[in-house]
Design a protein around this ligand. Structure first.
Ligand code: 6PG
Length: 249
């Protein structure tokens, strides 16, 4: 599969199985390209139910896991053992089943009493990993994202302060009064490739709004994601295939 040159790009696929197949092909292509170009592949996992099948498919691949670096784009402020933890889900579906070195798994810290300190710790970790100059934003090879029924992505929720943060890599998001740790918009937008996986009827309205040029990005935060963006959308989630393609391309 050759990735499209004109972004954002929308592909409407039959169902979640097809989304998983396409997503896997994209991951494998970028894995090869990134290793050839830079000697490693920096992959950012998302939470949500849609990517789980991709993680299960990745668990069956015979890859050079030494070169695979895994990060998370957001996290609930819970221990990894909690059923809602994105890290926990990703480990169970994928990472626990492959021989990836533990130092290649870059979990978001969630054990500090103050989530703001955890956000700072993850920022420091990224700065060290990418050897960043002050104020510099790294480019991940691939950031996986989903969209919520309310138009959120990562833990960038409608009308929250996190949407406006532009001077740091990581911040504290809020969902129903609960803290979340999340990548900021400028960090996501710096990625070499961003890939949205969207499945299910409950996403139709949010997708309509995200692809509507006149809607508010504070109301539908996934609109804030720009750059090299590809959307893999199942037919069940697609408001109108033609409309969607025309509006974003
Ligand atoms: C999370 C994600 C969130 C998710 C969407 C879509 O941790 O839950 O960061 O943004 O990707 O809510 O979730 P589904 O894949 O379950 O539709």
């Amino acid at each position: 599969m050759v990735l499209p040159k004109n972004f954002p790009h929308v592909e409407i696929l039959a169902d979640k199985t097809e989304i998983t197949k396409h997503a896997l092909a994209i991951v494998l292509e970028l894995y090869q390209q990134s290793i050839a170009a830079r000697g490693q592949f920096t992959f950012v996992a998302s939470g949500g139910s849609t990517p789980k099948a991709l993680y299960q498919a990745l668990a069956k691949q015979n890859l050079d896991w030494q070169k695979f670096q895994v990060f998370w784009g957001d996290e609930r402020y819970l221990p990894a053992t909690d059923p809602q933890s994105n890290q926990g889900m990703t480990r169970t579906a994928w990472l626990d089943q492959v021989s990836i070195p533990s130092e290649n798994i870059h979990a978001i810290p969630t054990n500090n009493a103050d989530p703001a300190i955890a956000a700072q710790e993850y920022t420091n970790h990224l700065a060290e990993f990418f050897d960043l100059a002050p104020g510099e934003f790294p480019s991940f090879d691939l950031i996986l994202l989903g969209i919520g029924d309310d138009g959120h992505t990562a833990s960038l929720f409608p009308h929250t302060d996190a949407l406006k943060i532009s001077d740091r890599l990581i911040t504290v998001g809020q969902k129903d009064g609960q803290p979340r740790i999340t990548f900021t918009c400028p960090l996501i937008n710096q990625a070499r490739q961003t890939l949205f996986l969207v499945d299910g009827e409950s996403k139709i309205q949010a997708l309509k709004e995200v692809f509507d040029p006149s809607s508010s990005s504070q109301q539908y935060p996934a609109k804030l994601i720009t750059g090299n963006v590809t959307w893999l959308v199942s037919q069940s989630a697609s408001p109108d295939q033609v409309e969607l393609r025309l509006k974003r391309s």
